[in-house]
Structure formats: structure tokens, C-alpha cells
Design a protein around this ligand. Structure first.
Ligand code: NOJ
Length: 960
């Protein structure tokens, strides 16, 4: 959050000035810890940690009070049902219905509810309007498929008393071993346990009970946080009393766990129970606008994806904790030698996690891998894959808070051209509006938005404007009038329209859980409604955690009420995504028949938001540490299924030095979402302002991104069909090489074999690149050879150099002609770079479509596999025909390959001067000239084939 000085009342203005001044004099920006809860300030977090500590302290003298009633168990059609009994006292047992579903994909899902709340058989306090049940609709937002129950899952005939075993998964190689008393589940693959539930006995389902004013002495549990909680001057009325769910999940033999974004931390998650190098606090997931967030921290940030991957040599497993309420995750790692039966040979470290959420059902999915790709695939089947974005969305975005007039935008646009720097999108932050009223333009500063968009369109460029969920509470603003009269806003605990403060001052919040609100919000995007917008306008949803300046922890009170009478507490982490969903819908059809892929950037997100748009890491700072931190953050988002991610290039707060800005661009070209952005108080920093040599170096970096757009688009396509990250961390690409598991500062682009290691330290003139595999890697620019095989190489990286290697064995598609925008590259010819592996072979893929519409769903695309072996380079079709295939291929028939580079070309090609080209449908073969370049000084020889003229959508062969 960063408050604007505009359109605020006097007191707010003065306050802002004081804050601003104190920021200017303080040496470094720092998060205000006192504004956000620590675990012991969050009632249920404290209670669950205390529960764990108590269980741990009691050791073997303690036994978990949860028991699966053996008589209740039924197994039918891939699903086990039963009732867990929680013993509260000798005479009192609480009934907790259990459902374990075994899915066709090999994923298992465990759901525990509470019978009394299910039936609404509880009392609410304070005359609350809230619903009585535990929240059970997180899946409605997060899940889109993959729930088909397994037909082959079956009870294991080899039973023991008190244990139920279910065989499931591919070829029934998975097994769930469900112990009844205490209730525990072991998930096995090939006879070995990989995931354990309630192994440590921390299962805790806080059941409903009536408030007793004076608890009896012998029941004197600490009730101080059960019925009401205060923090920072706000009181949460907690009408349902305590209702948290907690569970320990253990990964035996696993050293590393990744995922559960969003945190500014290393990729490999740290222990959270103290000790040197560890955190003291659990990782928190409670979407928040954290002003000046700190690094190396488990503090919550703007988004939450409760999906975790555990990795060890040759095995990846994971869990997805489907809960939309505030959630915390504790992690400890223990050295174990015991229980050789359930541990892999040589396994020493076990990662033990402990998850707890404030409300809702306990709902956990278990993934048994064994590869990281299996996890991406199966998790994506459930929550959806990355939206295949429009082509422009993966190019370069130029943003700042703010471009101040429409003439300013046009001027920046012209300057990019004058300096020959490509860009695709220019962005408008909140100041374009008339007094922070969304869906309006400031009439003084943006009198001619259409003219502005028209100029952008001349070079196929786009405009993105910001639209936040807070609606200004002001007379004569039709949008707020609508919101009120149609009852589409979030309500407070008394059932009245909730009012809070954000950029516009007094505001209301649209409740996008409400289908009527979704339709209404979507309708506002029609061209005749939102006057002054053209078809090249797209949207940025910010502040959707939601950020409420005067709310508890800068967000909404938890006892606010949403559509369906759910409390805000229940849905908080999904809230941001519901706005993106409504915006997506709005962009889908702004005019009848004009259906194109929407583009929405969001700050807040949950599992599933990847289907709807891109995210960025919020308000970072212009310093080297934040540049470094952006890499693990972006990588982590990718392995948590939301790879269309980036960080503000240059850093949001503060003014980067020219070196830092330059290095940030060189790193930013590796963010799937590549956007420069800056706070309103910063100096202008468009790349052409940097001066030489910086401007030229930054331009080169941006051009490199544009040159590789075909490879990027192919990586996005892969993500959109199988969930693989667009940029991949080391462990994901080399899952057998333990040395690389914790590496999070170098990355691979999709399956291209491109390995980048951005410079993130001041003054560095080289980088260390670690190469796991026994392959040759080649410098992207001069083909210097780096031999891999668990080797670290020092690669020169003076300021002008982007450290980038190509793994041997790949064919990388590029477009080499510099243009002003990606739209203008549409018909440009391709270059293929072939890097030979140690066997003299290579392969790669290319995916192309119109980059704009949904016609690819009807076959309008090109998907090729290129391969090189036995002196032949070939292109074969990977696509399947659809009704639009022929038309698309015809339109693309003029797009050809203009150049082929073979890196590490065989020496005997020195004698050759041409190659033979054979294309499908051609009457006879032709030839194309070949140039051989001998290289020394550690550089690989290479050959160039000029203008082979083969069609990019055609099947062909080139014989060398
Ligand atoms: C907060 C966002 O994180 C930032 O990117 C934006 O510039 C400001 N809001 C103003 O809209």
C-alpha cells in the first residue's frame, strides 16, 4: 500500500505528509510489524501451536482424541465415508463426518466436517447474520475438474483390525492406510510411505460449543480468544466461536518443501520453530496489503496458494490444503533413523509440517508424484491451468504511477519509437480516473482517451488501466448508486453496507461472490458503458485482498458478511480472485461477437487464479536485495501452479541507481510477466531516460525478450496444457541432483534448455552458474562451451552482458527482426538455433497461434516438433486438426524459416557449402547455402543455413 496525496481530506493529507517525511528521513523502508499479527496475536494460531506443544510435551503419555468409528465406514465407488469421533470428555463425543475420495488422477482427498454445524444446529452470538455451517465453497472457486472418482480404487483384502487400507492410483500402486484409533492416514507409493496425516497427533477440529460465562475450574481451557478478539483497536465479534481446523502432515525422508506462496523468502522453505537461520513464526497465508514488506520472511503477502511440493532425490509429492480462511503453516525438519520400513534407504531428514486455518472444513488433497511434472499436471487438473494469454501480454509492459495525461502517454509512446525500444503495453494507475471513481476518466487530464488508444493501436500496442474493488461513496456517481440500490456490496456484521477507507476516501466494496454482482461488474466493461475505452484496453485489478486503509490489518473485518451469508473470515483468501473472475468475464465480451482472450493483472490471488490472468509481487523496493528476492518468488509461484508472475522491474519504492535498473531489466526479461513499474514519488525511469550506455544495454535486454518470444509463447502453451512452470527452478529440471535442490537464483525457460542466471549483486562482473547434467552448455551469444556434470562455472557478466546458456540438445525458435511491438512481428520469419548434445542430437517444439482469439481451440494453431539426428533436421506436426486448421495454415503459409544455426556443428561440415531441403508437397528438393564457422578459444564451431525457405507450419526435412 502506498497512499496517494490526491483527493484526500485535510487530515489524511497531513498524515500522509508526516508519513512521507518520516520515510524520507529514515535510512531504509521497513514493514510495520505492529500492523500485522504474529502467531500469538492470532487466537487460533496460538491455540493450535499450543496444542502441538502440549502434545509434544506429553510424548507417549498422550493419545489423540480422534477416532474413526469402525462401524461407520463405508466404501463405495472410489469413496470412503465414515465418522470421526472426537472425545471431549468421558460422556461427550463430537461427530465429525469424514469423506476420503480417491480420484481417477491418482490424487486422494480427505474432507472432515462437523455434523452439528453441517446441520446448522448451533447458535450464533451477537445476533449475527452469518451462516452456521463451516465454509464449504472454496472448491467452487478453486476447483474446475479432476474430481472424477477412481473406478479401480478398492479396499485392500489384506486387512488388520482397526486399519482400513485402500489401493488406488495408477496400477493401484498407491495405498492409503487409514488407522482408526487414533485417526491417522499414511499415503504410500510402491509400498513406501511418503505423506502422513496426524502422525504427530496435532489433528484439531475445534467443535462448536455454547459460550459459558464462567467455565468450571476443571474445564478451564484458555478461552480468551474464543469469543472475541481484538487487534490494533479493532474487535472481531466471532459469532461462531472457535472453529479452527489443524493437522500435521509429515513427509518422511524429504528434506525440501516448496510452494505455499506468497512470501518473500527462499524457494526451499525454512523451518519455523526457531533456531539458527530459521524463522520463529509459521508461514502465514492471509492476503494482505503489506506496506514495505520485508525479505526472508514468513509474513503473509498479497496472495495465497496453499499447495506444497516436497522433494527428495527422484521423488516429488505434495498436498493442497483447500481452505480460504486465514492459514498458518509450521515447518520443522527432523533427523530420523528410526522406522526403516517407512523410510527410503539413506533418508535422513524428515520434513514435518503443521497446517491450521481459522474456519471452514478440513479439506486436503494428497499428490504422490513421483515427478514434479506429475504434481503440476494433477494439481492443474483440479485448479485449472494457466490461461494462454494474448501474445502482447508476454511482451514488455511499461507502467508507472502515473502517466499523468493522455498527451503524456502519447509522448512516452513516441519516445520508445524514437529510441527504437520495443514495448507492447502502457499502463494507467489510479490517477487517470475522475477523483478515484473507477469507470470514469479525469476530464482535465484524459480528455481524449480514444485518441490515445488510437495512437497506441497504430503500432499494435495496448493500454491497461487499473480498476480496484473499492467504490467511492459519493453522490452523483452512478456506479455507487447501482451498487447500493442493487445491494451488490459487502455487508458489515449488522447486515448494512460496509463502509471503509481506501484511495477515494469513504468507499464500499463490490461483493464478487454474488452472481448478480459479477454480472453487474462485467456489464460495466461494455464499450457503450465505459465510454472512452477501445478494444486495445485491458485491466489491472489492484487492492483486492481487499486493502482497507482503516480496517484490521489493512483489510476487512472478519465478521463482515458476503453473499450466501458467509463471514469474511471464511472466504478472505479467495476474495481477491472473485474480482478477477468478474473482470475476466467483463473483458470476454465487450461487444457482441468480439470474443478475445482477456488480460487481467491481479495483486491478490488464490489457487485457481492462474486460469484468469497474471500476478505480480506487489510493492517491492528499488534495491539489490529486492531484485534478488524476486527470483525465488517468481519461481515459487510457478511451482504452485501460477507461473504467469513477475515483479516490478526497477523496484516500486525508491529510485534505483542506473546499474540496478539495468540489471533489473536483464533479470526482468526472465519474469513470465515483464513489467516496469514505479511509485508516484519516484523519478521517471523509462529506459530511454537512463542515458548511455544504460539505455542501449536495457534496449538490448528487452530486444532479447522479443527475440525469444516464440520460445516464451511455447512455454506458456505448455503451462496452459500441463501446468509446468514457465520458468523452472533447478530441482524441477534436474530432480535427481541433490546439489541443485535449494538453488533458486538460476532458472530454465520452459523446456527450451535456456538457462539464465541474472546478476543480482551490485558491481558483479561474473556469475556462478551451476550445471547439473553431464552435457555441454553453450553461451547464448558467443557459443563458449561450459561442460556440465555437477560443475560450477564462472561466467563473465560485465554490465552489458545477460548471463545465458543453452543446454546441448535443444532447438530454440526465435524471431530476429527488431520491431516496435510483438504485434508487428506476427508475419516475421523464424530463426532456429540447434544446440547439439553429446550424441550430436537435438529437439525442440514450437507453438504458434493468432495470439489473440480462442480460435486455437478450434484448431487454428501450429504445433511442431523439431528434431536433429543423423545429419537431418526435421519438422513434424504435433497438432490435431480442427475446423479452423486449414484456414489458419493458409494464412500462415508465407511465414518461413529464414535462418538455422547449428551450434557445435561437426567439423566435417567444413567441406560443405549447401544442404538439401525437402518440404511436403514440393515437387522436388532444393538446396540452401551453408556457412561453417570454425571457432577456437573454448567456443564451439557453428554452421548457418541461410534462407532454407521452409514453412513454419509445414512438414520438412533438411539434410546436411
Ligand atoms: C498499490 C499497488 O501495489 C501499486 O502497484 C500501485 O501503483 C498503487 N497501489 C496505486 O494504485
Amino acid at each position: 500500500m502506498a497512499r496517494s496525496l490526491h483527493a484526500a481530506p485535510r487530515w489524511a493529507l497531513l498524515l500522509s505528509l508526516v508519513i512521507l517525511l518520516s520515510c524520507l528521513i529514515s535510512p531504509g523502508a521497513a514493514v510495520k510489524h505492529e500492523n500485522f499479527k504474529k502467531c500469538d496475536q492470532s487466537g487460533f494460531c496460538k491455540r493450535n501451536r499450543a496444542y502441538a506443544d502440549d502434545v509434544y510435551a506429553k510424548g507417549s503419555s498422550w493419545s489423540s482424541p480422534y477416532e474413526l468409528d469402525s462401524n461407520s465406514i463405508q466404501f463405495k465407488d472410489g469413496q470412503l465415508q465414515g465418522v470421526i469421533l472426537k472425545t471431549v470428555s468421558a460422556g461427550e463425543k463430537v461427530r465429525l463426518p469424514l469423506t476420503v475420495s480417491f480420484l481417477e488422477s491418482g490424487v486422494a482427498r480427505v474432507v472432515v466436517d462437523e455434523e452439528k454445524r453441517t446441520k446448522g444446529d448451533i447458535e450464533l452470538r451477537h445476533e449475527s447474520k452469518a451462516r452456521k455451517q463451516r465454509y464449504n465453497e472454496a472448491g467452487k472457486w478453486a476447483l474446475v475438474g479432476g474430481l472424477e472418482l477412481s473406478k479401480s480404487a478398492s479396499l485392500d483384502p489384506e486387512t488388520e483390525a482397526g486399519v482400513t487400507k485402500v489401493l488406488y492410483g495408477p496400477e493401484q500402486k498407491f495405498q492409503a492406510i487409514i488407522r482408526h484409533a487414533p485417526f491417522e492416514v499414511d499415503f504410500q507409493r510402491d509400498g513406501e510411505t511418503h505423506v502422513k496425516f496426524n502422525d504427530r497427533g496435532y489433528l484439531n477440529v475445534e467443535h462448536w460449543r455454547a459460550k459459558v460465562d464462567e467455565p468450571k475450574e476443571d474445564q478451564a481451557e484458555d478461552q480468551s480468544t474464543w469469543w472475541e478478539e481484538s487487534f490494533g483497536g479493532n474487535t472481531d465479534s466471532k459469532p461462531k466461536g472457535p472453529e479452527s481446523v489443524g493437522l500435521d502432515i509429515t513427509f518422511p525422508g524429504y528434506v525440501h518443501v516448496f510452494g505455499i506462496p506468497e512470501h518473500a523468502d527462499s524457494l526451499s522453505l525454512k523451518e519455523t520453530r526457531g533456531g539458527s537461520g530459521n524463522h520463529d513464526e509459521p508461514y502465514r497465508l492471509y492476503n494482505s496489503d503489506v506496506f514495505e514488506y520485508e525479505l526472508n520472511s514468513p509474513m503473509t503477502l498479497y496472495g495465497a496458494i496453499p499447495f506444497m511440493q516436497a522433494h527428495r532425490k527422484d521423488s516429488t509429492v505434495g498436498v493442497f490444503w483447500l481452505n480460504a480462511a486465514e492459514t498458518w503453516v509450521d515447518i520443522v525438519k527432523s533427523k530420523t533413523s528410526a522406522n526403516p520400513l517407512s523410510l527410503g534407504v539413506g533418508a535422513k531428514t524428515t520434513t514435518q509440517t503443521h497446517w491450521f486455518s481459522e474456519s471452514g472444513q478440513l479439506d486436503v488433497f494428497v499428490f504422490l508424484g513421483p515427478t514434479p511434472q506429475d504434481l503440476s499436471k494433477t494439481y492443474g487438473e483440479l485448479t485449472g491451468y494457466t490461461q494462454l494469454p494474448q501474445q502482447f501480454a508476454i511482451a514488455y509492459h511499461q507502467c508507472r504511477w502515473n502517466y499523468v495525461t493522455d498527451e503524456d502517454v502519447k509522448d512516452v509512446d513516441r519516445k520508445f519509437d524514437r529510441y527504437q525500444i520495443p514495448y507492447d503495453v502502457i499502463w494507467l494507475d489510479i490517477e487517470y480516473t475522475d477523483g478515484k471513481k473507477y469507470f470514469t476518466w479525469d476530464p482535465l487530464t484524459f480528455p481524449n482517451p480514444e485518441g490515445m488508444q488510437g495512437q497506441l493501436d497504430e503500432s499494435e500496442r495496448k493500454l491497461v488501466i487499473i480498476l480496484d474493488p473499492h467504490i467511492k461513496n459519493e453522490a452523483n456517481y452512478p456506479i455507487v448508486d447501482d451498487l447500493k440500490s442493487k445491494n451488490l456490496g459487502v455487508r458489515n456484521k449488522d447486515g448494512d453496507l460496509y463502509e471503509g477507507w481506501c484511495w477515494p476516501g469513504s468507499s464500499h466494496w463490490v461483493d464478487c461472490f454474488n452472481p448478480a454482482a459479477i454480472d453487474w461488474w462485467a456489464s460495466l466493461f461494455k464499450y457503450d458503458k465505459f465510454k472512452g475505452t477501445l478494444r486495445n484496453m485491458f485491466v489491472w485489478n489492484d487492492m483486492n485482498e481487499p486493502s482497507v486503509f482503516n480496517g484490521p490489518e489493512t483489510t476487512m473485518p472478519k465478521d463482515n458478511i458476503h453473499y450466501g451469508d458467509w463471514e469474511h473470515r471464511d472466504i478472505h483468501n479467495v476474495n481477491g480472485m472473485t474480482l478477477v473472475n468478474a473482470t475476466y468475464k467483463g473483458l470476454l465480451e465487450r461487444k457482441k461477437g468480439e470474443v478475445r482472450r482477456p488480460f487481467v493483472l491481479t495483486r491478490s490471488f488464490y489457487a485457481g487464479t492462474q486460469r484468469l490472468g497474471a500476478m505480480w509481487t506487489g510493492d517491492n523496493q528499488a534495491n539489490w536485495d529486492h531484485l534478488a528476492a524476486s527470483l525465488p518468488m517468481v519461481l515459487n509461484n510457478g511451482i504452485a501452479g501460477f507461473p504467469f508472475a513477475g515483479a516490478d522491474v526497477g523496484g516500486f519504492f525508491g529510485n534505483p541507481s542506473k546499474d540496478l535498473l539495468t540489471r533489473w531489466y536483464q533479470a526482468g526479461i526472465w519474469y513470465p510477466f515483464f513489467r516496469a513499474h514505479a511509485h508516484i514519488d519516484t523519478r521517471r525511469r523509462e529506459p530511454y531516460l537512463a542515458g548511455e550506455p544504460y539505455t542501449a544495454i536495457i534496449s538490448q535486454a528487452i530486444r532479447l525478450r522479443y527475440q525469444l518470444l516464440p520460445a516464451w509463447y511455447t512455454a506458456f502453451h505448455e503451462a496452459s496444457v500441463n501446468g509446468t512452470p514457465i520458468v523452472r527452478p533447478q530441482y524441477y529440471v534436474h530432480p535427481s541432483d541433490e546439489h541443485g535442490f535449494a538453488l533458486d537464483d538460476q532458472l530454465y525457460l520452459g523446456s527450451t534448455g535456456l538457462l539464465a542466471k541474472p546478476v543480482v549483486t551490485e558491481g558483479a562482473t561474473s556469475v556462478d552458474i551451476y550445471i547439473a547434467d553431464d552435457e555441454k552448455y553453450y553461451d547464448y551469444f558467443d557459443y563458449t562451451v561450459y561442460q556440465g556434470g555437477r560443475k560450477k562455472h564462472i561466467v563473465p557478466a560485465p554490465l552489458e552482458k545477460v548471463p545465458l546458456l543453452m543446454q546441448g540438445g535443444h532447438i530454440i525458435p526465435r524471431k530476429d527482426r527488431p520491431r516496435r511491438s510483438s504485434g508487428l512481428m506476427k508475419w516475421d520469419p523464424y530463426t532456429l538455433v540447434v544446440t547439439l548434445d553429446k550424441n550430436g542430437q537435438a529437439e525442440g517444439t514450437l507453438y504458434v497461434d493468432d495470439g489473440e482469439t480462442f480460435d486455437f481451440e478450434r484448431g487454428a494453431y501450429i504445433h511442431r516438433r523439431f528434431s536433429f539426428s543423423d545429419s537431418t533436421l526435421a519438422s513434424e506436426n504435433l497438432g490435431t486438426k480442427g475446423p479452423k486448421t486449414a484456414e489458419y495454415l493458409k494464412a500462415m503459409s508465407g511465414v518461413r524459416v529464414e535462418k538455422i544455426v547449428i551450434v557445435d556443428a561437426p567439423q566435417q561440415w567444413q567441406e560443405k557449402s549447401s544442404v538439401t531441403v525437402i518440404e511436403e508437397g514440393a515437387k522436388s528438393g532444393s538446396t540452401a547455402p551453408l556457412e561453417f564457422h570454425l571457432q577456437q578459444n573454448g567456443k564451439a564451431p557453428y554452421a548457418i543455413v541461410k534462407n532454407p525457405g521452409v514453412g513454419i507450419g509445414k512438414t520438412w526435412r533438411i539434410e546436411f
